[in-house]
Design a protein around this ligand. Structure first.
Ligand code: SAH
Length: 197
């Protein structure tokens, strides 16, 4: 099992084996951000590693312009079908987050749920620089992923040290504990919000 390999993810989505990370709701922390009206009405939001697209669809339902990027074609097929059934439009893009198919300085918010924690250290500088490139100045990234305690040898956790090391071109808020809910259960997680400097 190699979480950096698109084939691993693609076969999981093909087998509809995603209950360990998908949730039947939009992620609560994202809903809270929207409820607090932290974004302007016509904001453009990028969901990196959007998977089956539930957060992206929620954001489109809220009226935002949404781009969902994932490197699993099977994930995007599921996401597209769900969007059609919900009558919303999302710009689904097959691509790698290390080489985002998105123009410079065009994004008002990046949402990452469960993506940074599958990016290996060697690729983290590239990931950070891609997010920096596509975001508008003073715009935010919201990252949620496994904590050091829950990561085991499966994930590369979201820690203060990692954020400090790889996101020096961003202003960082605190790394805080949250539950990461999925259909299968709950995992100890961390959340951090970064602002492009
Ligand atoms: N955000 C979704 C999916 C989380 S699982 C949710 O919360 O349900 C991680 C997702 O990131 C998977 O869909 C996987 O296919 C995708 N992914 C992992 N590495 C990627 C990469 N380098 N480029 C694009 N997508 C990637």
């Amino acid at each position: 099992m190699n979480l950096t390999d698109s084939d691993y993810w693609d076969s999981a989505y093909k087998n509809r084996d995603f209950e360990h990370w998908e949730l039947n709701y939009p992620s609560p922390e994202l809903a809270a951000l929207i409820a607090a009206r932290a974004l302007k009405r016509n904001a453009k939001i990028l969901d990196v590693g959007c998977g089956g697209g539930l957060d992206a669809i929620f954001l489109a339902q809220c009226g935002f312009s949404v781009v969902g990027v994932d490197f699993s074609p099977a994930a995007l097929r599921i996401a597209e079908k769900r969007a059609r059934e919900t009558y919303v439009e999302v710009d689904w893009c097959l691509g790698n987050v290390l080489d985002l198919p998105v123009e410079d300085d065009t994004i008002d918010l990046v949402t990452d749920r469960g993506l940074f924690h599958v990016i290996e250290d060697d690729d983290r500088p590239r990931y950070s620089s891609e997010l920096h490139r596509v975001l508008k100045l003073n715009s935010h990234v919201i990252i949620r992923g496994a904590s050091k305690e829950s990561a085991q040898d499966r994930f590369n956790p979201v820690t203060e040290e990692a954020i400090e090391k790889y996101f020096s071109k961003f202003e960082s808020g605190p790394v805080l504990p949250i539950p990461l809910f999925s259909i299968a259960g709950v995992m100890d997680g961390r959340i951090v919000v970064l602002k492009k400097k």
